[in-house]
Design a protein around this ligand. Structure first.
Ligand code: MG
Ligand code: ZN
Length: 214
């Protein structure tokens, strides 16, 4: 019974996700579903990315959070179209929430849309939002055991951004193990090592984004 309910929910989600994909394709928008645990640095990565790529690329952001509008306010300071979604307790975004946000966003002329998912290493991987790709962000402070503990997140992602590498001397994290395990789960995953605090490695990530959305 439970399984039947789950597959019904995912079936309805898939239909709306296809509509979202068509809306974005129609506007020539490349979209990225950015996933991570809380505090890995999703919004900070977006700030650095926007500062580097805007106005070369026209970027918009959908912010997903359980509550509050802190992240949308941060993005708004960069003069980028942004919509905040509050899930009201829900631990992931679904395609219907994103469709509502797409209706409110000025989509004309946008090249690149980031959908910052709710911080969670489980269900965001299961819900298609209609995005072109998923990207997984992992901070080294979370520990090197995460790929093997949360494999779906890494299997469904086209890229893994390893953040906070400036903390390497202070935390017990083996970056080589993170990379090896992520590649064992998903041999084609593209891996970036960055520090959003110092800016190290961010250029490689933004260079890659430019090749995707042009
Ligand atoms: Mg955030
Ligand atoms: Zn969830």
């Amino acid at each position: 019974m439970k399984l039947q309910v789950a597959s019904k929910i995912l079936g309805a989600n898939e239909r709306i996700a296809n509509e979202n994909a068509n809306i974005m394709k129609g506007k020539g928008i490349f979209s990225i579903n950015l996933m991570s645990s809380p505090g890995a640095g999703k919004t900070t990565l977006l700030e650095k990315t926007i500062m580097s790529l805007s106005p070369k690329l026209k970027i918009a952001v959908i912010e997903g959070d359980v509550a509050g509008s802190d992240d949308a306010e941060r993005i708004d300071k960069l003069n980028i179209p942004v919509i905040q979604i509050n899930t009201g307790g829900g631990c992931h975004l679904d395609a219907g929430m994103v469709q509502d946000a797409l209706k409110d966003l000025p989509l004309d002329g946008i090249n690149l849309l980031f959908i910052e998912n709710v911080g969670n290493l489980v269900c965001p991987a299961a819900f298609n939002l209609g995005e072109d790709i998923k990207v997984m962000l992992l901070s080294i402070a979370e520990g090197h055991d995460k790929p093997l503990k949360y494999p779906n997140m890494f299997q469904t992602s086209s890229a893994l951004v390893i953040n906070k590498i400036d903390l390497a001397p202070y935390v017990n994290a083996d970056i080589e193990k993170i990379k090896k395990d992520a590649l064992s789960l998903n041999p084609s995953i593209k891996i970036f090592e960055v520090s959003c605090q110092t800016g190290q490695g961010v250029d490689k990530w933004t260079d890659w984004l430019q090749t995707l959305s042009s």
